[in-house]
Design a protein around this ligand. Sequence first.
Ligand code: ATP
Ligand code: MG
Length: 630
Amino acid sequence: MPHYADFHRRSIDERDAFWAEQARLIDWQTPPQQVCDYSNPPFAKWFVGGTTNLCHNAVDRHLAARGQQNALVAISTETNTERAYSYAELHQEVQRMAACLQALGVKQGDRVLIYMPMIAEAAFAMLACTRIGAIHSVVFGGFASSSLATRIEDAQPVVIVSADAGSRGGKVVPYKPLLDDAIELSAHKPAAVLMVNRGLAPASLRAGRDHDWATLRASHMDTLVPCVWIESTQPSYTLYTSGTTGKPKGVQRDTGGYTVALASSMRHIFQGNPGDTYFCTSDIGWVVGHSYIIYGPLIAGMTTILYEGLPIRPDAGIWWSIVEKYKVTHMFSAPTAVRVLKKQDPAYLSKYDISSLKALWLAGEPLDEPTATWISGALNVPIIDNYWQTETGWPILTLCNGVEQQPSRFGSPGKAVYGYNVKLIDEATGEELTVPNQKGVVAIEGPLPPGCLQTVWRDDDRFVNTYWKSIPGRLIYSTFDWGIRDADGYYFILGRTDDVINVAGHRLGTREIEECISSHANIAEVAVVGVADQLKGQVALAFAVPRNTTGLETPEARAALEAEVMKVVDGQLGAVARPARVHFVTVLPKTRSGKLLRRALQAVAERRDPGDLTTMEDPAALQQIKDLIS
Ligand code: ATP
Ligand code: MG
């Protein structure tokens, strides 16, 4: 087994030879003529001239060896249904969906917008698109009409695939009225809408535009739709970033590079083998869902679990009962979900036989050390943090245990993943920081490896100007995250570059203060923001969710806990980092993907306009903060 440092070095120094080897992990109709064309930086083209198909690699490729194996298991604790599809059945359903899309006029290169709940048909629709070379744009189901309308205008879809409703915590969310409004609002009108009827909410079909999936499907039961061979650099999909720092950006993904990157990540990062079972608790509306609910596990010939429901309903044992029942080997979730479980009875975590589970990967937000330690103790499986972005499509930092087993260091997402030439840059000078434990911007030297964004959809200028021009004097991709690297190559993410606060001349990462506060036994979750202060420039304000609120009813009790929290910060980071106030709230403002909306929190704390809130989960969370501040 090669030593990881050598493996990584080779991926950079012998880039083309390295990726030519990885490219053999997938099927090509015509092999690539050139591994990487970086003649026009920062635009990288991977596997130029090769033709392949994402759906072929995810589905058809496995038919001979594992046609009868489960490919997709769709579990809903909202409708209490479980549906399993073998690779052969998935192959058939995807062709039926593809035939319907073609019947509605979809051709290669056309866009199809998918606005769906977490049901099997959403997976069929994504795979049907990539099968025929249509570009999908999945929009998180239940997004408000105005957010959906902007995405319809941006993607200009020929067809929209949707459903009557989603369901969350037992509450039905009708989609059709939202969709109708969005189409009304949008300047672009789709030629057709394909509606899956789950029988959850009334959804009237508009004659001439809307079609019922069950009816149309019935006339395509045996239609064969072969995979269209796509040139590697042709787009497979577009997807928006979470909108945590501002207006979401439309990421454009290629075909060949993405397929290779995912196949390679399943081997070197996840050690996934055909026949294993992968349970990723994300949503298909996010990049994690694209890569590790749908494409990655299927490319690897695994069984993938698509779950509609909450982690605590009917009770906090639901995920582990799924692990037991389906002998899940790989699990992927987010720190925010773990923090939800942390507030529940820990007995649920030991109630089921989860011995099939090899590891739990977590991504999306900083995994603080106390949370990592807690879940690791509760589950007794390796906990592996991984850091990436919608833009990259697969991890930038993690442990590549398929190359070499390396120990987790809680608080760190691990080392630079092969293919990524990660650098820490001094924001002011643009110089690379090479001495361990210096703080800098996490940046990636081009070309970005296969799988990463090709550009911003229909906006090359925004791609170049947003990502590649932020560091003075050099063309380098900025992640806009701030971090340090220790002497062994482990990185620690300190927060977003805009979340660095400056208290009386001291630069502090809000993440450092949050990590420290969350080590207090009665704090489940905390957000720290910097707010303008006449005396010190900025001061830190903390908003914390207590684990246990009994006894916190009186102002005196809250003041006592506040003082305790401040003492913890004084002890660990020094008085300079001590928040001016620690406010207690029941919920923090988050995006639909579970990310802390620190920018909105900060704006409200500074009595400014919170800006674009289209991806926000629960508006009540921000109201609570407003009430506290005023
Ligand atoms: P937008 O770019 O629209 O503001 P966003 O950055 O939240 O939204 P995503 O692409 O979903 O959109 O999230 C990527 C970001 O999430 C990273 O840049 C980083 O800030 C954070 N992140 C993801 N995984 C981790 C992790 N394991 N540790 C720390 N931070 C993480
Ligand atoms: Mg981002």
